[in-house]
Design a protein around this ligand. Structure first.
Ligand code: MF3
Ligand code: CO
Length: 250
């Protein structure tokens, strides 16, 4: 399937939706502290989605039961909010939120340190966020898709961490997942040439140990097999003639 190019008007709508998503992230940051359950966090986000008149892109997606994903420590992605899952000081917590706004989807994720975390965890968060920015820098017309992938992998491995292979970024627009798959690893100079109007979610998932994952009995949550820590940063990005526009920033 081919990559659907977005018009200037489409991108303007997506930018507005992205600003709403950025606001939702900002507004939950104060709630993110020791003792809150991931269920309570999800309810808070649900209220904000109502307030801003946007819909959760995740709830009901292939049967996913909740409005957001909250993945703690060795959980890589797709942590399901639960009443008995508490966020604790010392945890790193990845929050992934997708919304639908005026017929377009926006997707973003961020990993937070709760209270004081280990130096290794701090380094993981820093390197993963930097890797996202390295990827975004390559999202320009004329570049090849895998230039993004390689920029991410190179930065991560330079710092002794590893990139998850089993989950990837994606095209996004009128659907949450569209072509192309945006890998976070692999050699540069491969895949389609990026054109103006391509919109993608770039989302490195990075671990301190091995990149092997397994899925928990709930059928969703991916965790590292070796129990090592995992971080996840994601932005929805539009490629324009003036370079990348981060749609999901404030
Ligand atoms: N942000 C993730 C992605 O891009 C999460 C979606 S999976 C869902 O694939 F089931 F939670 F929707
Ligand atoms: Co995504």
């Amino acid at each position: 399937m081919s990559i659907e190019l977005k018009t200037k008007e489409d991108i303007e709508i997506m930018r507005k939706g992205g600003k709403i998503l950025a606001k939702i992230f900002k507004e939950i940051e104060n709630e993110l502290k020791d003792g809150i359950t991931t269920y309570e966090l999800a309810r808070k986000v649900e209220q904000l989605m109502e307030k801003y008149q946007v819909r959760s892109a995740f709830k009901g997606y292939r049967g996913y039961p909740e409005v957001i994903c909250v993945s703690i420590n060795e959980e890589v992605v797709h942590g399901i909010p639960s009443k008995d899952k508490y966020i604790r000081s010392g945890d790193i917590v990845s929050i992934d939120i997708g919304i639908e706004y005026k017929g377009f989807f926006l997707d973003a994720a961020k990993t937070y340190a709760i209270g004081e975390v280990s130096p290794l965890a701090m380094e993981l968060l820093k390197v993963t966020e930097e890797a996202l920015w390295k990827g975004i820098e390559k999202a320009k017309p004329g570049a090849r898709l895998s230039d993004i992938s390689w920029a991410i992998q190179e930065h991560v491995e330079k710092h002794g961490f590893n990139v998850i292979r089993d989950f990837v970024g994606h095209g996004i627009g009128r659907r949450l997942h569209e072509p192309p798959n945006v890998l976070n690893y692999g050699p540069p100079g491969m895949g389609p040439i990026l054109a103006e109007g391509v919109v993608i979610a770039i989302e490195p998932m990075v671990v301190t140990g091995s990149f092997e994952v397994r899925i928990l009995e709930n059928g969703w949550t991916a965790v590292t097999v070796d129990g090592s820590l995992s971080a996840h940063f994601e932005h929805t990005v539009a490629i324009t003639k003036n370079g990348p526009i981060i749609l999901t920033s404030d």
